[in-house]
Write a protein that binds this ligand. Structure first.
Ligand code: BG6
Ligand code: MG
Length: 229
């Protein structure tokens, strides 16, 4: 049965996370949250930041407030205002982005996937994803971009990856998901897709295949990893 499955296994789509995979906006989210947290008297480091990656704006705020023991201090409206403030700072940071901010190898990979007729999707939790894609001038490569505003469950829930696969009309088992976040890798696996982690090997150890940088994320590497499983 296993052999039969393997023979039928076919890579039909690659579904990308955005922040920290296609471009280094994970760093901008970190900078913007850190500034807000410091204004609230809360400090956090990069290890804690791993838990914020891939997580929605409000959920990130809740985690930061919980870290500082401030969950009960603010009303829902005040929390909205805090999240808005972080987002205004973040928007200033992304406003300066250009196609030069694509991470190494990503443009070549998008081109090669197109040449090989592999579909390309975006599954980012960010409501700023459309703006970032526009700044990077890579919209033409995507067969689908999931609208984060329509997603109910944050990663590690598989909803966003399953939505991307559905929009691409590809079975999840024929999809590879690419993520820099622990929550994202878990979401891909919960969607029954092959999970590639980009970044720290220890932080992403649950992934099916890990590369330390996007420069290693070539079409050949993806194909080899996918069919080896
Ligand atoms: C994810 C990021 O892609 O999007 C998170 O990894 C971020 O750090 C989330 O909180 C939501 O982004 P935004 O732009 O809607 O605040
Ligand atoms: Mg990410």
């Amino acid at each position: 049965m296993k052999g039969f499955d393997m023979m039928n296994k076919q890579l039909k789509a690659v579904i990308f996370d955005l922040d920290g995979v296609i471009t280094d906006t994970a760093e901008y989210h970190f900078i913007a949250w850190k500034q807000l947290a410091e204004e609230l008297g809360i400090t956090f480091d990069r290890t804690f930041n791993e838990q914020l990656k891939g997580v929605s704006r409000m959920e990130s705020l809740e985690r930061i407030l919980a870290l500082g023991g401030q969950t009960e201090r603010y009303t829902a409206a005040e929390k909205e205002a805090l999240a808005h403030k972080k987002n205004e700072h973040y928007k200033q940071l992304i406003a300066r982005m250009t196609p030069n901010d694509l991470l190494p190898g990503i443009l070549d990979l998008l081109r090669e996937l197109k040449r090989e007729n592999v579909k390309i999707g975006l599954a980012s939790a960010s409501k700023n994803a459309f703006t970032v894609i526009e700044r990077l001038q890579i919209g033409e490569y995507f067969d689908t971009i999931v609208d984060a505003a329509k997603i109910k469950h944050s990663k590690p829930h598989p909803e966003i990856f399953l939505t991307a696969a559905k929009q691409l009309q590809v079975d999840p088992s024929a999809c590879v998901g690419v993520e820099d976040a622990q929550a994202g890798v878990a979401a891909i696996q919960a969607a029954n897709m092959f999970a590639i982690g980009v970044g720290d090997k220890e932080a992403l150890k649950e992934a099916d295949y890990i590369v330390e940088t996007t420069a290693e994320l070539t079409y050949d590497a993806i194909v080899r990893a996918f069919y080896r499983e």
